[in-house]
Design a protein around this ligand. Structure first.
Ligand code: FES
Length: 569
C-alpha cells in the first residue's frame, strides 16, 4: 500500500505531530486511531437550508460505520451547501465557489480518501468537481429521491409545480388549493422525485463509475439507502489501499457511457453543463457535439416525469439504472472501471427489470429518440440545446415572430400584460439570463406562457434564451444560447418582430436579419452594467466561461493534485 497521506500529519514526531494529534484527541480519540489507518473524509453537504440534503447527518453515521468496519478512521466535515429552492439569485452562481470549498477543504486536511454526500442539484457536480481537482480516492453517495407525493389520490412530484402554477394562472385552480398541495408533495426526506437535475446527477455519478451500483434511485426514506452508505464507507477504505483515484475512473470512455445513459433516462439539460465542467477539471476532451453525436440516437427507455409518467421511486422498484446499463450494454464501453473495481456493465449483469412500463427495452422504447440536440445558427454560433423528449413535436420545426424580453425584470413586467402583442405562433426570447448576464444562468428558460394565451388553451410555445431550465420542467425550450447576450452574442441583437426559425431535425436556429442590419445593431449595443464590483460575484463574472464549456471558472480547469505546496509546521 502507498504511504498514507494522513501520516504526513498524524505520523509525525515532535511538536508538529503533538499538535496534529493532541487537538484531535479532545474529541475523545484513542492514540491507536492515528497509527496508520486510512483517514476518510466525509464531505457533508448537509444543511437545513438545503432541505433535499436534510437527512445527511444520519447518512454520514452509516458511512462512518462502514469506514470503521473496514479499518479506517472517518472524519466528517461540512462544506458549502446549495439548496436549489432557497438560494438567490440562483444556486448555479455558487456551484464553482462550492467546488473550490470542496477542493481546498480536502487538499488542506489530513485525508486519504473522500466520501461525498450529495443530493440537491448543484451539490453533486460541485462536490465532484472539487474532489476531482484533488484526485484522492473518492466515492459519491447520493441522498436519494423523496417518496412519490400523493394529492387527492394522484401521484405528484416537482413537475406538477409547473402544471399547477399554470392552472392557478389560468384560473383553473385556487391559490389556497395550491398551498394544500405543498405538504403532499414533499412528504419525506430526499431530493425531487422526478428525473429532474438531482436525479440526473445521481444517475450521472453512478454512470461515471463514481458510486456503488444502484446509487441513483434508492429512495432517501428506504433503509437500503443507509445500507449503500455503509457499504460505500467500507469500500472507500479499500480504494485508498488500491489507490483507486477519480483520474483512473473518469476516462473519456466513462464520459461517453454517461452521455449514452443520460439520453436513455431522459436526463436534465443541466447534465450538459455539469458533465462538461467535470471533464474540464480532469482534463478529458469533451464538447457539446459529443452529447448530440452519442446521445441523440439512443432511445428513451425510462418512462419518468418530466418526459414520461412515473417517479424515481418506481424507477428503483423496476430495477434502477443497472437495468438501463444492461439493456444498452452493447453500446457502452466495457473497459471502464467503477469504484468497486468492476466495469459498469459487469456490475449490471445480474440486474432484472421488474416493470417494463417504467423501464422499457430498446425494442419497445418509451420514445425512439432522446438525449440532447445541439442546434447552431447565426443566433447561437457556439450552440444552443433542446431536450426533444420534453418538447412538442409539432413545434420542433417552426417559424415565428420574436417577442423579446431584454431581461428577467421586463419579462415579469410584461408576460401577463393583456396588451402584450403575442400569439401562439410567436417565439418568446429572453436575454441576459446567461452565465455572466444574470449572473449565474438561472432556470428561467422555460418562461411561462403569456396569461392571455393560457386562457385560450395554449400549453406550449417556442422559447429561446441564454438561461437554463429546471430539470423538472418541459416544453419546446431552446437553452444555453452561446455566446450569451451579455457577452455580445447575436441574441443581444434580436428585436421584437424579427423572424426566427427553429429546426431541430436540421439542428438549426436562425434569425432572419441581414448581416448588415446585425452590424448596425451591434454598433449601438452596450454590455449591461450589473453593478457587481466586489467579492466572489465580480470574480465569477470576470472568469466564467460560456455554456458550451460548462460554465466553470477559467482558472479552475485542468488537473491538479493533493500536494500541499507550503508547510508552515
Ligand atoms: Fe433539491 Fe429539487 S430542489 S433536488
Amino acid at each position: 500500500m502507498k504511504a498514507l497521506r494522513s501520516q504526513q500529519w498524524f505520523g509525525k514526531k515532535g511538536k508538529d505531530g503533538f499538535i496534529y494529534r493532541a487537538w484531535m484527541k479532545n474529541q475523545g480519540i484513542p492514540d491507536d486511531e492515528f497509527r496508520g489507518k486510512p483517514v476518510i473524509g466525509i464531505c457533508n453537504t448537509w444543511s437545513e437550508l438545503t432541505p433535499c440534503n436534510g437527512h445527511f447527518r444520519e447518512l454520514a453515521e452509516s458511512v462512518k460505520r462502514g469506514v470503521f468496519e473496514a479499518g479506517g478512521y472517518p472524519v466528517e466535515f461540512p462544506v458549502m451547501s446549495l439548496g436549489e429552492t432557497l438560494i438567490k439569485p440562483t444556486a448555479m452562481l455558487y456551484r464553482n465557489l462550492m467546488s473550490m470549498d470542496v477542493e481546498e477543504s480536502i487538499r488542506a486536511n489530513p485525508i486519504d480518501g473522500v466520501v461525498l454526500l450529495v443530493g440537491c442539484d448543484k451539490t453533486t457536480p460541485a462536490s465532484v468537481m472539487g474532489a476531482c481537482s484533488v484526485d484522492l480516492p473518492t466515492i459519491a453517495v447520493s441522498g436519494g429521491p423523496m417518496l412519490t407525493g400523493h394529492y387527492r389520490g394522484k401521484p405528484i412530484a416537482t413537475s406538477d409545480v409547473w402544471r399547477m402554477s399554470e392552472a392557478v394562472r389560468s384560473g383553473k385552480m385556487e391559490e389556497e388549493e395550491l398551498r394544500s398541495v405543498e405538504a403532499c408533495m414533499c412528504r419525506s426526506d430526499g431530493h425531487c422525485a422526478v428525473m429532474g437535475t438531482a436525479s440526473t446527477m445521481a444517475c450521472m455519478v453512478e454512470s461515471l463509475g463514481l458510486t456503488l451500483p444502484e446509487n441513483a434511485a434508492i429512495p432517501a426514506a428506504d433503509s437500503r439507502r443507509k445500507v449503500l452508505a455503509q457499504l460505500s464507507g467500507r469500500r472507500i477504505v479499500e480504494m485508498v489501499k488500491e489507490d483507486l483515484t477519480p483520474a483512473k475512473i473518469l476516462t473519456r470512455e466513462a464520459f461517453e457511457n454517461s452521455i449514452i445513459l443520460n439520453a436513455a433516462i431522459g436526463g436534465s439539460t443541466n447534465f450538459v453543463l455539469h458533465l462538461l465542467a467535470i471533464a474540464g477539471r480532469v482534463g478529458v476532451e469533451l464538447n457539446l457535439d459529443d452529447f448530440d453525436d452519442l446521445g441523440s440516437k439512443i432511445p428513451l427507455l425510462v418512462n419518468l416525469q418530466p418526459s414520461g409518467k412515473y417517479f424515481m421511486e418506481d424507477f428503483y422498484y423496476a430495477g434502477g439504472l443497472p437495468v438501463v446499463v444492461k439493456a444498452l450494454a452493447e453500446k457502452l464501453h466495457q473497459n471502464v472501471i467503477t469504484v468497486n473495481g468492476n466495469s459498469l456493465v459487469e456490475n449490471a449483469k445480474t440486474s432484472s427489470c421488474y416493470n417494463e412500463d417504467v423501464i422499457r427495452t430498446p425494442a419497445n422504447p418509451f420514445q425512439e429518440a432522446s438525449g440532447i440536440t445541439v442546434v447552431r445558427g447565426n443566433l447561437c454560433e457556439n450552440g444552443a440545446i433542446i431536450k426533444p423528449s420534453a418538447a412538442t413535436p409539432e413545434l420542433m420545426q417552426h417559424k415565428g415572430k420574436a417577442v423579446v424580453f431584454e431581461n428577467i425584470e421586463e419579462y415579469h413586467e410584461k408576460i401577463n400584460d393583456p396588451e402584450l402583442e403575442v400569439d401562439a405562433s410567436c417565439i418568446l426570447v429572453l436575454k441576459n439570463v446567461g452565465p455572466k448576464g444574470y449572473p449565474g444562468m438561472p432556470e428561467v428558460g422555460n418562461m411561462a406562457i403569456p396569461k392571455k394565451l393560457l386562457a385560450e388553451g395554449v400549453t406550449d410555445m417556442v422559447r429561446i434564451s441564454d438561461g437554463r431550465m429546471s430539470g423538472t420542467a418541459f416544453g419546446t425550450v431552446f437553452l444555453h444560447v452561446s455566446p450569451e447576450a451579455a457577452a455580445g452574442g447575436t441574441l443581444a441583437l434580436v428585436e421584437n418582430g424579427d423572424e426566427i426559425e427553429v429546426d431541430v431535425a436540421n439542428k438549426r436556429l436562425h434569425l432572419f436579419v441581414s448581416d448588415e442590419e446585425l452590424e448596425r445593431r451591434k454598433a449601438s449595443w452596450q454590455a449591461p452594467d450589473l453593478g457587481y464590483d466586489r467579492g466572489y460575484v465580480q470574480l465569477y463574472i470576470k472568469h466564467v466561461e460560456q455554456a458550451e464549456k460548462g460554465v466553470d471558472l477559467d482558472f479552475l480547469k485542468g488537473k491538479s493534485t493533493s500536494v500541499v505546496l507550503r508547510d508552515s509546521h
